[in-house]
Design a protein around this ligand. Structure first.
Ligand code: FES
Ligand code: FES
Length: 381
């Protein structure tokens, strides 16, 4: 058993839990907070969504023991919240629920959308709600309800900054789903190369969004990001073998603790210079471990203020074979965050003309990285 202490809906909670106990089970079974629903229990449907330290989180795939010192808010904790009161009224008005199973997660997500993003277009509301599944309503009433409450609201800078791990990127949002690719980035081989695909529509794939702050103007950053031969060496362990138009082949070497893999694969890339955004989809295979990987990425450069830029990146991937265990581990998020920091440093070095750290023999992950993550995790317990 593991001792864990956290605040739940403002109350201090100290408990002994099995290391494998999920937060949703802990909330429902130990604290009798049954407003948190369990649908798929694999992070897909959104019914179990709660707020942890100001961010939306799937409680069905979050270990309770990982919530040491966290502030958790469930649907019960929003009883007197003014935005939630508005949303509940609007859900009633627009018949945004039938059986109500999805409703706690849907309301929690809707509140986050309203506070974090304010008055946004319907298409964007739909995109933000796409992680919450409703079997009954057809979504129209839900979207109308969120639209009504969001109307005229400005983004809440506090909620926004909490959502990006205490960094403030006002008004930042994921790249739109349907920008037109520039002419030279159009598929030439009939392969799919659309932002919609790169937005993460990989069956069974999982996604991570990351915001990377870079000490250079958006124009300087885009000049490098739109040139694959310059940007790829900024990612440890990744190299291009061939690049023809928008089609490339390459290799990714990774080392996650004792597991080492070297993927070879192909990818298709698209760019939109006007919007300073790009997208990539690809597949690869590691013959040694017999693992295969499917991935998509999209990125967008926005002004971060003070001559800084923010690169908003969404990564979606699916691993199968020996590496499938990394499909849903919280460890992957830590790895991506640390890689993002390395990437930002390398990108800045490339932009300023300083030689980036040596890449020869570099691998994605690597023992030092894994060790630092494990050390950080154990020191939190
Ligand atoms: S129950 Fe957690 S996402 Fe479905
Ligand atoms: S109201 Fe029934 S699942 Fe959404």
């Amino acid at each position: 058993m593991v001792r864990v202490s956290m605040s739940v809906n403002g109350d201090a909670v100290i408990a002994e839990v099995e290391p494998r106990t999920q937060l949703a089970d802990f909330l429902r079974n130990d604290l009798q907070l049954t407003g948190t629903h369990l649908g798929c229990e694999q992070g897909v449907c959104g019914a179990c969504t709660v707020m942890v330290n100001g961010k939306m989180q799937r409680s069905c795939i979050t270990f309770a023991s990982d919530c040491e010192s966290a502030h958790v808010t469930t649907i019960e904790g929003f009883d007197d919240d003014p935005t939630m009161i508005e949303l509940r009224d609007a859900f009633s008005e627009f018949h945004a629920l039938q059986c109500g199973f999805c409703t706690p997660g849907m309301l929690t997500t809707a509140r986050d959308i309203v506070l974090r993003l304010g008055d946004i277009p319907e298409s964007w509301i739909r995109e933000e709600l796409s992680g919450n599944i409703c079997r009954c309503t057809g979504y129209v009433g839900i979207v109308e309800a969120v639209k009504k409450v969001a109307a005229g609201k400005v983004p809440n800078a506090v909620a926004a900054s909490a959502a990006v791990a205490a960094k403030k990127f006002d008004g930042l949002r994921p790249a739109p789903v349907t920008p037109a690719p520039r002419e030279k980035a159009k598929p030439s081989s009939g392969q799919a190369s659309t932002p919609a695909t790169a937005a993460g529509q990989i069956d069974g794939g999982i996604s991570i969004e990351e915001r990377i702050r870079v000490g250079a103007t958006p124009e300087q950053v885009w000049n490098v990001l739109s040139d694959l031969r310059r940007v790829v060496p900024c990612v440890p362990g990744v190299e291009i073998t061939t690049l023809e138009g928008e089609n490339l082949t390459g290799k990714v070497k990774m080392a996650l603790g004792p597991i080492k893999a070297s993927f070879s694969g192909q990818a298709t890339v698209g760019m939109d210079d006007a919007k300073r955004e790009g997208w990539m989809t690809g597949k690869g295979r590691d013959s040694g471990l017999g693992s295969s990987a499917e991935g998509a990425a999209r990125w967008r450069v926005v002004n971060g203020g003070n001559n800084d830029s923010v690169v908003a990146v969404t990564l979606t991937w699916k691993l199968s074979g020996a590496l499938a265990q990394f499909n849903r581990a919280g460890l992957v998020q830590d790895i991506v965050r640390r890689l993002a920091a390395t990437f930002a440093a390398n990108l800045e070095a490339t932009i300023t003309g300083t030689a980036p750290p040596a890449q020869a023999g570099a691998v994605l992950g690597g023992f030092g990285l894994i060790w630092s993550i494990l050390k950080a995790r154990f020191s939190r317990r």
